[in-house]
Design a protein around this ligand. Structure first.
Ligand code: HEC
Length: 437
């Protein structure tokens, strides 16, 4: 019986002998070590790719977050099967309760209950669950707390997988992130109040400080079985299946009949706590490197491992390891490790699809504003959401795509002092009350 580690090691040795043929499986999750911090600091783009390779291997179907060790190469896939990050715990999906789909989130339930132990996460899930992007739905644009306050029924159309929506997202967390949220009770509003009070008692500006091995991903999917924003003319489905990581799901068509749809991965944000302000990297499909016309100026991708005269591991954005596989169609848009560069200039990083509103935005700056204040202090109705009168509103100060550089250190609004929730926006956006639906 091989252990994961020993199989990973021998797989690397085998692949090294097959010059350029395929890329070895990496069965050990990168990150959480001093070496990872070093790489995240000094070889950022390489670290980004190592994360990409790890999380995009085919996963085991019986466990959450474990690569399938019968696949010895990054190039070996069975059709329509999850990769590792797709078996991490699902943060999104809670709002689908309102669309009659059921409470799909594995972390933020409505009403909030303690998530199951990691080893009890059901794999395979019933089916893939995609949710409308918070950043592109006109009703819930960047309004923390907005999901909690959705008037039942009114968003049914928006919450059903529908090509008319700019895109469907999926946000997931690895075991370390999940267990921290579970153990510290950060999955409910009441738990957040308790964590806030504990931080206040010790004067800690942060409600939680995730462990170094914490990771999250956010993915954007579009339907590849019909025209979409990256392929407005549509494409041959079989050809598209060779060029995309794709999954099928059963939804309903315009007439309300069950319909099997094929969705392709177009964007992937990956973040790890290997640096104190997290390590940020973004990937996307080459069909979507340009923002749709009229939606902003494209920003040239930066990847020193595959672009420019000193690129050692690929060419024109394509990594050598991915050649001949569907993954050769995914490029890195860049990495971000600090608010400003060595000269004090603001850093930017964005995905052409997910952040199409503003390509000059900054992951790290927007996320640094993720913060909470006690619920009881904050009872104003939300300003821009219909149907919210009298309901609890946002629990953290909003941000905009225009915020770049070092964030304003003062986290105060009204009479409230907000405390940081360690860059994870989904917590204030998605936590529900333990008592109400
Ligand atoms: C203007 C604000 C903003 C910017 C800029 C932004 N994000 Fe986010 N991000 C959000 C919000 C809001 C969520 C919560 C979405 C949800 O729960 O559905 C989120 C969710 C995420 C998540 C899931 C973990 C979490 O925080 O809940 C990841 C990972 C992520 N973003 C990565 C990135 C990366 C990488 C970039 C830059 C390429 C980026 N984000 C840019 C606002 C932003």
């Amino acid at each position: 019986m091989y252990t994961s580690a020993s199989l990973g090691f021998s797989a690397i040795a085998i692949a090294a002998g097959l010059a350029g043929a395929s890329f070895a499986a990496n069965l050990v999750e990168p990150g959480g070590t001093a070496a990872a911090t070093h790489q995240a600091t000094f070889a950022q783009d390489e670290f980004g790719w190592q994360l990409f390779f790890y999380v995009n291997q085919q996963a085991r179907l019986d466990k959450a977050g474990v690569p399938d060790d019968s696949k010895t190469s990054f190039a070996q896939y069975d059709p329509d099967k999850p990769v590792v990050w797709e078996t991490w715990a699902l943060a999104t999906g809670g709002e689908l309760v309102f669309a009659g789909v059921g409470d799909a989130s594995e972390v933020f339930k409505s009403p909030a209950t303690k998530p199951v132990a990691w080893d009890e996460l059901m794999r395979p899930e019933q089916q893939k669950v995609l949710a409308p992007s918070l950043k592109s739905s006109p009703l819930i644009t960047l309004q923390p707390g907005a999901l909690r306050n959705l008037p039942a029924g009114t968003l049914q159309a928006e919450l059903t997988p529908d090509p008319g929506i700019a895109g469907m997202d999926e946000t997931r967390m690895n075991r370390v992130t999940y267990e921290t949220i579970r153990d510290k009770g950060l999955y409910s509003l009441e738990g957040l109040d308790r964590a806030y009070a504990a931080a206040e008692a010790t004067g800690d500006p942060m409600v939680v400080d995730f462990e170094q091995a914490a990771k999250e991903v956010k993915a954007r999917w579009v339907r590849i079985d019909q025209p979409n924003e990256c392929n407005p003319d549509g494409a041959d489905l079989n050809a598209a299946k060779r060029r995309y990581h794709w999954r099928t799901l059963t939804s309903t068509d315009a007439a309300g009949q069950p319909e099997v749809q094929t969705w392709g991965l177009v964007s992937l944000h990956i973040i790890t706590k290997d640096l104190p302000n997290w390590f940020w990297v973004d990937f996307g499909h080459i069909d979507c490197v340009d923002v749709p016309p009229g939606k902003g100026e494209p920003v040239a991708p930066v990847d020193t491992t595959t672009r420019g005269p000193n690129a050692a591991s690929g060419e024109n954005g394509v990594r050598n390891e991915t050649r001949g596989t569907k993954w050769e169609n995914y490029v890195m848009h860049g990495t971000q490790v600090a608010f400003t560069d060595a000269l004090g200039k603001e850093t930017i990083l964005s995905n052409p699809v997910i952040e199409q509103q503003n390509q000059n935005s900054s992951c790290i700056t927007c996320h640094a504003r993720a913060a909470i204040a006690p619920q009881s202090s904050n009872l104003q109705p939300g300003p821009s959401i219909p149907g919210l009168v009298g309901k609890t509103s946002s629990i953290s100060p909003g941000v905009s795509f225009a915020d770049v550089g070092v964030p304003d250190p003062v986290f105060e609004a009204g009479d409230q002092r907000y405390r940081q929730i360690d860059f994870l926006w989904s917590i204030p956006f998605r936590a529900y009350s333990e008592t109400e639906n």
